[in-house]
Design a protein. Structure first.
Lengths: 90, 155
């Protein structure tokens, strides 16, 4: 599932346009983003606080089993990498 | 009298420079193979610089009027400035991300949260963990988990 600082309507718009069917959560006040230490202050449109890109894979007990913290906003984890990590969960 | 020739290389170089910049965001950033290393765009910029150079040589080898010299030089300058802006974004600006030293590490429990989904319903991490997704398909009996993807937002 995806988390951003966007309002639910904006995420809904994105899901509709891109055809995404998984859960999109909205964190406009960046509470969860702060809790995961992913705040990128003032980096959004109009100087809003947003999340730096990051991916976490949790097992069903909520423990982090794989993490990707990119150092370049253009370079993200690929679907193949994430699927490989998910298949390695036991 | 010098025949007035249209300086096509300088215009082509200028247009290529704009195309190289815009096409990255419009097209090539969508695919990891052309996004992570923007080689297609650097090839376009290389062609752009080549044509700008050809155009400049035409201008300064011949004897065109002053306005033509100024216009040609200006196009070349803007073309190269666009390349400079692209390099700044790729090699510098895109890498200014906070370090995230306090993020949950492998083996640590992920912090709880409760956020609204696109239908306005509150969804907590505990809820998500109670119905984890199957890595290999809905009924495969494979490993289950939750993938959290934090992204910058949609604009």
């Amino acid at each position: 599932m995806a988390i951003s600082a966007d309002e639910p309507e904006i995420s809904a718009d994105l899901c509709k346009k891109a055809g995404y069917t998984y859960t999109f959560l909205s964190d406009p006040s960046a509470d969860a983003i702060r809790r995961y230490d992913l705040l990128h202050p003032g980096a959004g449109v109009g100087g809003h606080d947003i999340a730096r890109p990051a991916e976490f894979l949790l097992d069903s007990s909520g423990v982090v089993r794989w993490v990707n913290l990119t150092e370049d906003l253009r370079v993200r984890a690929t679907p193949e990498e994430m699927l490989k990590a998910a298949k390695a969960l036991r | 009298m010098e025949k007035l020739r249209w300086n096509w290389p300088i215009w082509l170089g200028f247009i290529l420079s704009i195309a190289a910049f815009v096409s990255y965001f419009a097209v090539f950033a969508r695919f990891p193979i052309t996004r992570n290393v923007p080689w297609v765009n650097f090839l376009l910029f290389a062609a752009s610089v080549l044509f700008l150079w050809m155009g400049l040589r035409r201008i300064f080898a011949g004897a065109p009027s002053m306005p033509r010299r100024v216009l040609g030089s200006l196009l070349a300058l803007v073309g190269v400035a666009i390349l400079g802006g692209f390099c700044f974004f790729v090699f510098h600006a895109g890498k200014q991300l906070p370090a995230a030293v306090g993020s949950p590490k492998i083996g640590q429990k992920a912090p709880e949260f409760s956020l609204r989904d696109t239908h306005g319903n509150l969804v907590s991490l505990a809820t998500l963990l109670a119905s984890p997704l199957d890595a290999a398909g809905p009924t495969s009996g494979g490993p289950q988990g939750v993938l959290l993807v934090f992204y910058r937002g949609y604009w």
